[in-house]
Design a protein around this ligand. Structure first.
Ligand code: HAM
Length: 419
């Protein structure tokens, strides 16, 4: 039997109510903050991500689903949205209509990572990109949105971590400083960190290897070497978060896995999801628009992993959704009424009721079992002596009260059900 590909997951009908609850919460919060939805294609030219995210990152280096199509173009299933949103922003000159463009999205993403709890190869993100302002208050807005969504989903065990990576010049100077510090300790680093020493030295902070952590903990910190503007912006972020009563921690090791960040970076972690703790991450990326061919334009954003959030919600039992139910199930008593029952179901559906009936010639008992399984609020019995007299029997399944109604008073029936 063919099974779903490793690292992918079916979202079954029984999972859907929780997904919808999350999606509605996300949409409400984004609408409160005046973000407009954007949907971009599932695949893009490979060059967009290579250039946007950075050749030396894990995503571009080893995780992308890249393939050649029949016309020999190199295409990639999107591993993240920021580069795709910026591409669309530039392609459609969205900045010409509004000088600050605030967008949100929900979409599947693809990364060939080693699958484990909370880490998939096809996963879903919601997120936001706000393009056109360098205000640190907009960075705060990102944290606020993410925090508010997670709180609205009832999550408690959350940690907001923030850091500043400074401008690109600050970072280049700092990288040299770090290189000097690590030069004579290089041989003691893990193989991965030795590679990162050459290719992307900041990512050594991401190493989970204990001996690496021991070495790196005494390294000079980027936050102590920030330029004046980044320092001032970072202070604004911290003060404003305090005003919003959002608790946060400074995490000097928060360098993030994508190359486009400048100044503020942040993550929100959950203590309820095992090893993959980051529910969301983001930050400012003031150089990306230029890198992708636009004029210099500051921007900030974040993205959150839906599967991970739902896992945290499940582990914390943070919200419950009501069992799916239908309004009415039509139980056919006499076999020859099959066509009449389906006709009546059609009429009731036109009244915006959720209606189902039997298509398997089942007995009355089996139809009742099905009505119970479907959580029908009402059951309508059609047939027997009542039907011959032009009557139908309606049963309220919550209190078992029954009501006899003349067939021609179908509107009375509809208003009873709609109450
Ligand atoms: P990211 O940190 O790569 O950032 O991903 C954001 C979130 O997506 C993570 O915190 C995690 O919850 C979820 N995620 C990532 N990879 C996986 C996976 N393999 N399985 C399940 N969930 C995953 C970005 O993608 C940036 N584009 C965020 C951003 C937007 N920065 C600025 N604007």
């Amino acid at each position: 039997m063919i099974k779903a590909v490793t690292g992918t997951k079916d979202i079954l009908p029984s999972d859907i109510p929780r997904w919808i609850y999350l999606e509605k919460t996300v949409e409400t919060v984004f609408s409160n903050f005046n973000y407009k939805e954007i949907r971009t294609p599932i695949f893009e030219e490979t060059a967009l991500f290579a250039r946007g995210i950075g050749e030396e990152t894990d995503i571009v280096g080893k995780e992308m689903y890249t393939f050649k199509d029949r016309s020999d173009s190199s295409l990639t299933l999107k591993p993240e949205m920021t580069a795709a949103v910026v591409r669309a922003y530039l392609e459609h000159s969205l900045g010409a209509q509004h000088s600050l463009v605030k967008l949100f999205y929900m979409s599947p993403m693809f990364r060939q990572e080693r699958p484990q709890a909370g880490r998939f190869r096809q996963f879903h993100q919601f997120g936001a990109e706000a393009i056109g302002s360098k205000s640190p208050l907009l960075d705060v807005e990102m944290i606020q949105i993410a925090y508010e969504i997670l709180k609205s989903l009832g999550l408690k065990n959350l940690t907001v971590k923030i850091n500043s990576l400074g401008t690109s010049e600050t970072r280049e100077n700092y990288k040299n400083l770090l290189k000097k510090f690590l030069q004579d300790k290089k041989d003691k680093l893990s193989e991965d960190s030795r590679r990162r020493f050459e290719t992307n030295i900041l990512r050594i902070f991401d190493s989970k290897v204990e001996s690496d952590q021991k070495i790196i903990k005494d390294a000079p910190k980027l936050v102590d070497h920030l330029d004046e503007e980044s320092k001032a912006d970072f202070e604004v972020v911290k003060n404003q978060l305090a005003k919003f009563e959002i608790p946060f921690e400074n995490d000097p090791a928060l360098v993030r896995g994508l190359d486009y960040y400048t100044k503020l970076t942040f993550e929100i972690d959950s203590g309820s999801v095992g090893a993959q703790t980051a529910l969301c991450g983001g930050g400012r990326y003031d150089l990306l628009i230029e890198t992708l061919g636009g004029k210099p334009t500051p921007a900030t954003g974040f993205a959150a992993g839906i599967e991970r959030i739902l896992l945290a919600c499940e582990n914390e039992k943070s919200f419950t959704v009501s069992e799916p139910a239908i309004d009415i199930y039509l139980v056919r008593i006499d076999d020859e009424l099959e066509s009449f029952v389906s006709e009546l179901a059609g009429k009731l559906r036109k009244e915006n009721l959720s209606v189902d009936c039997d298509y398997l010639q089942r007995s009355v008992k089996a139809q009742m079992r099905e009505a119970n399984k479907l959580n029908a609020k009402y059951v309508l019995f059609i047939g027997g002596d009542e039907y011959k007299e032009g009557l139908l029997k309606l049963k309220n399944m919550s209190d078992s009260l029954e009501k006899i109604l003349p067939l021609e008073k179908i509107h009375e029936l509809i208003s009873t059900i709609k109450k």
